[in-house]
Design a protein around this ligand. Structure first.
Ligand code: SF4
Ligand code: SF4
Length: 106
């Protein structure tokens, strides 16, 4: 398994014309997957408000895990991201080519 962020960053195009992109259930599934990776890592906590928002939601949930967050609250994390790309470009070892394929928190 290769770590990400070892080479010049590549911005992967978003497939926004596909049906899958507009599928809310698919989006929630992907957010849950990425939120769970970020919760286990927490390296980006100081970068922006998206990460503390996510970690507070986890820490205040009944299960203390991402499965304890209401799906309706996922947007609270998304709303804090202003797409600066700092997490992707400078911090995350789990972006491609790493198999966890963390493209973006949001
Ligand atoms: S891209 Fe979004 S989540 Fe990542 S550091 Fe920037 S604002 Fe935060
Ligand atoms: S974006 Fe990557 S480095 Fe940042 S908290 Fe999530 S998994 Fe960790």
């Amino acid at each position: 398994m290769r770590e990400g962020s070892l080479e010049a960053p590549t911005r992967h195009p978003i497939d926004w014309k596909s049906e899958q992109y507009w599928d809310r259930a698919d989006l929630e599934q992907e957010l849950e997957r990425v939120y769970d990776i970020c919760h286990g890592c927490r390296r980006c906590v100081s970068l922006c408000d998206a990460f503390p928002t996510l970690f507070d939601l986890v820490d205040e949930s009944d299960t203390l895990e991402v499965d304890g967050i209401a799906k309706a609250d996922y947007i609270k994390v998304v709303d804090q991201c202003y797409l600066c790309d700092l997490c992707y470009m400078t911090k995350c070892p789990y972006v491609p080519p790493h198999e966890w394929n963390v493209i973006s928190l949001t």
